[in-house]
Design a protein around this ligand. Sequence first.
Ligand code: GAR
Length: 197
Amino acid sequence: MSVNEPTTRLVILISGRGSNMRSIIEAINHQQLDARVAAVISNRPDAAGLEYASSQSIPTKIIDHKAFADRESFDRALAQQIDEFNPDYVILAGFMRILTAEFVEHYQNKLINIHPSLLPKFKGLDTHQRAIDAGEKEHGASVHFVTAELDDGPVIMQAKVQVMPDDSAQTLAARVLEQEHQLYPAAIQKLVNVKQD
Ligand code: GAR
């Protein structure tokens, strides 16, 4: 290993498109994030993001939740696979599974999520439509530590966008996603900096 090789190891979990995963990998490739992706793991065999990870020579694994009898056994198998890659941080990037308290506790202070709202507002799904319906002037995305509560836990960084009068959920989602792609690598770099202090 060269002296300058990043030592902070990330395991990224995805369920689908994986555009946030991609933004993290691109930030690393452009030396904007001092970390390495040890593996990308998906709970869905058809997650589009897997192809991009493979094209970057990053190991990929599939742990299909449908093959498990219950949430506990899936989470245990997932944790076992993650731990083989010995990560400093486990990065949820559009990983659409509710995690057991046991799993969350196992990764205390290491489990990070991005959520498309200005937490604590709009936990859960359909965040963009709900922000419009609530007449919000500002909306955005949050990167946070994961705790046992859904979309909860200390916020690491947020990015804001203005809600325009003619916004639909789609136009707003697109603007927030653009911000997410800047926000997630920056928030992880913030953690790396703290770790190196
Ligand atoms: C992102 O907008 C992310 O914030 C959201 O899913 C999308 C995944 O897109 N996550 C959540 O809603 C988690 N509660 P991606 O697969 O292209 O990164």
